[in-house]
Design a protein around this ligand. Structure first.
Ligand SMILES: NC(=O)c1ccc[n+]([C@@H]2O[C@H](COP(=O)([O-])OP(=O)(O)OC[C@H]3O[C@@H](n4cnc5c(N)ncnc54)[C@H](OP(=O)(O)O)[C@@H]3O)[C@@H](O)[C@H]2O)c1
Length: 336
């Protein structure tokens, strides 16, 4: 398989099957965003997954420009996904949210723009607006009107493709059955790994020509602020370990290849040069035999304490969100 093998989206555009996750969970990693994005480009990554709420799009954009200036890549070689944050769901704010990302990245267009989360928050300066009791302030927006605004962004040439993230089947159906739908979502980006393999959602997406994009495919960054540390560590799973040993690969490569094997586009985050190079291998030579089926059966438990669709439902859990909000507000680093 070509390192930057692409699959066709339902609007005719193409997405590389392996993407680099740019979410930096510590101030230290945030400071490294530009440098590490350059390392990822040099290692061969061409698909980058980012978001306004990650607060490092300026640094990521600077890395793009530096690698374009030295001739390593052209703009058309890069596939960048940006995300519409929940405080920008009102249709009149969608373009504003997008334009902030474009400005930070210093790009003319995004390759893919997705609704980050299906829950809406009151439009405010801060990303996680809270009331006096430290409760998030929701906003009531019909996501179908948000979607129409995304369609307008595509028509305006500001984005090549549009999609969603953290959507359940029911929410996808709300968009797909919208009267006058102009463009279908090209993708649904969700938490997906052997402990939460999303097989039913994947089946639905495939039937509707929607690409499922897997995040936390390596088991997530296990941030102590919102991940219970007693939950099993995916990359230490004995079944993954046995498959890796059998194929003379690492558990991480098995977890990534597992997704490609089942037709899922997969994201991998690493801010470590050695592991970035390793992830770019996602090696050839595996067969779709028993080992891969076994890998699916690793789905013995979810990686964290939550009854909903993984990270998304965890985010909806107020105390975790509040801790996350405090964490984000502590990361107000100067833009590079
Ligand atoms: N749409 C959404 O709501 C949403 C939510 C979460 C994430 N995402 C996207 O998905 C991306 C990836 O998900 P994630 O951030 O949860 O992390 P992940 O890809 O599951 O990675 C988890 C951890 O694995 C480690 N790792 C990477 N390669 C490895 C290897 N070869 N061997 C051993 N360990 C390895 C990394 O640590 P080191 O850095 O130390 O290598 C990283 O912290 C994010 O960056 C973001 O772009 C989207």
């Amino acid at each position: 398989m070509d390192r930057n093998y692409c699959v066709k989206l339902n609007d005719g555009n193409r997405i590389p099957v392996l993407g680099f996750g740019t979410y930096a969970s510590s101030p230290d990693e945030k400071m490294k965003s530009e440098e590490i994005t350059k390392v990822a480009i040099e290692a061969g990554f061409r698909h980058f997954d980012g978001a306004l709420v990650y607060r490092n799009e300026r640094a990521v954009g600077q890395a793009f420009r530096a690698k374009m200036a030295d001739g390593t890549v052209k703009r058309e070689d890069i596939f960048y996904t940006g995300k519409l944050w929940s405080t920008y769901h009102r249709p009149e704010l969608v373009r504003k949210g997008l334009e902030q990302s474009l400005k930070d990245l210093q790009l003319d267009y995004l390759d893919l723009f997705i609704i980050h989360n299906p829950y809406s928050l009151k439009p405010r300066e801060e990303f996680l607006p809270m009331d006096g009791n430290k409760k998030l302030i929701p906003d009531h927006v019909d996501l179908r009107t948000t979607w129409e605004a995304l369609e307008a962004c595509k028509d305006a040439g500001l984005v090549r493709s549009i999609g969603v993230s953290n959507f359940s089947r029911k929410l996808l159906e709300t968009i797909l059955t919208k009267p006058g739908l102009k463009y279908k979502p090209v993708c649904n980006q969700v938490e997906c790994h052997p402990y939460l393999n999303q097989s039913k959602l994947l089946e639905f997406c495939k039937a509707n020509d929607i690409v499922l994009v897997a995040y936390s495919a390596l088991g997530s960054q296990r941030n102590k602020l919102w991940i219970c540390q007693n939950t099993p560590v995916l990359l230490e799973d004995p079944v993954l370990g046995a498959i890796a040993k059998k194929h003379n690969r690492t558990p991480a490569l098995v977890a990534l290849r597992y997704q490609l094997q089942r037709g899922v586009v997969v994201l991998a985050k690493s801010f470590n040069e050695k592991r970035i190079k390793e992830n770019m291998q996602v090696p050839e030579g595996y067969t779709s035999g028993g080992s891969w089926k076994q890998c699916g059966k690793v789905a013995r438990a979810r990686a964290w304490e939550s009854e909903g669709p993984g990270f998304q439902s965890l985010l909806c859990h107020l105390s975790a969100v509040c801790r996350w909000a405090n964490h984000l507000s502590g990361l107000q680093l100067p833009h590079l």
